[in-house]
Write a new protein. Structure first.
Length: 65
């Protein structure tokens, strides 16, 4: 499972970071960093990553199976 991040769509709301702080982080300017960019999410972080992705209010995070 991977997560694709649409940086252009991200508005920096931070809901993903609240749900999955080991996977998603926002800097002081609201720019999103994704811990597993370009790679599969490790099995022990899949639930957390999915939880963070589904709460995005602007659908900037897409789960790819």
């Amino acid at each position: 499972m991977r997560i694709e991040v649409d940086q252009e769509r991200c508005e920096g709301h931070g809901l993903c970071e609240e749900r999955a702080p080991q996977v998603f982080t926002l800097d002081d300017e609201g720019n999103l960093s994704y811990a597993f960019d370009g790679q599969d999410v490790p099995a022990d972080r899949v639930d957390e990553a999915e939880s963070g992705a589904v709460v995005c209010p602007v659908a900037a995070l897409k789960i790819v199976r």
